[in-house]
Ligand binder design. Structure first.
Ligand code: NAD
Length: 237
């Protein structure tokens, strides 16, 4: 298990042009997130839910990783098993920066893939940036059940949280980048680790600074130099 855990959220991809929840800039305002991102969204509002994720998937095609994604890729290449890269993001910017699927733990799903809605099957298919219906008429090639966006909706189980919990148990150095802390409670993790860094653009009402050893309110692409240097110092000590 890794000694350093880097947990990112929507803020790390903001400079690449993908909107966060907070700074919606119109992107989410078109849709009510409780209509398209809830455990019952596919049963109650199937068409609009599929449409919403089709648009989000198409949107990430031309987005490029920024400096923060690239520095984290270099850190992971250099320190391999000593660093766990865990993200709440469903975009593929770490992968576009050159990281493999094994190198990044996606807690809330992965936009370029779709999954079978039959829980006994649960096959996952890579569809890139295409609309869900363009892949095998929106049906699972394995069992014929309808496919769904491979995204964890509010109220659904998030199996990858087991990986997060396992990594946190061994974590000594915890880094949080670009998350408001509304979905994952980061304070108790920071308090549990020997050293912790918080990087956001601004204060969040869901995060108490007192549990962090270092707090950087700046763009991730600016903060990442300091964060990388601290990780080097820690792992080379
Ligand atoms: P959030 O929108 O609730 O909070 C974003 C945080 O990022 C804020 O605290 C803000 O201060 C910070 N931030 C904004 N720009 C930044 C920058 N340039 N550098 C550093 N920090 C910056 O996001 P969340 O906490 O990740 O929770 C929202 C949920 O929605 C998560 O599950 C998230 O993955 C998902 N989501 C994902 C994407 C994506 O995949 N890119 C985009 C939007 C939402």
């Amino acid at each position: 298990m890794a000694k350093v855990v880097i947990l990112s959220g929507a803020g790390i991809s903001a400079e690449s042009g993908i909107s966060t929840f907070r700074d919606s800039g119109g992107l989410w305002e078109e849709y009510d997130i409780s209509v398209v991102c809830n455990y019952d969204s596919l049963d109650k509002n199937e068409d609009i839910t599929i449409e919403f994720y089709d648009k989000r998937r198409a949107e990430i095609e031309d987005k490029e990783p920024n400096y923060a994604h690239r520095v984290i890729k270099e850190l992971k290449d250099k320190y391999k098993a000593d660093i766990a890269v865990i993200t709440q993001n469903v975009d593929n910017l770490f992968e576009k920066a050159g990281m493999s699927a094994e190198d990044v733990i996606h807690l809330h799903g992965f936009m370029p893939t779709v999954a079978c809605r039959n829980e006994q099957c649960s096959e996952v298919y890579d569809i890139g940036y295409k609309a869900l219906s363009s892949f095998n008429d929106g049906k699972c090639p394995e069992c014929g059940t309808k496919l769904r966006p491979n995204i964890v909706f509010f109220g659904e189980a998030a199996p990858m949280y087991e990986r997060l919990n396992a990594e946190i148990k061994k974590c000594e150095f915890f880094v949080v980048i670009g998350t408001s802390g509304n979905v994952i409670e980061v304070n108790s993790i920071a308090a549990f680790c020997d050293y912790s860094i918080l990087n956001n653009l601004e204060q969040s009402s869901a995060i108490a600074e007192r549990d962090f050893d270092k707090v950087i309110y700046d763009k991730a692409s600016n903060a990442i130099e300091t964060i990388a240097q601290d990780i080097h110092n820690f792992l080379e000590a």
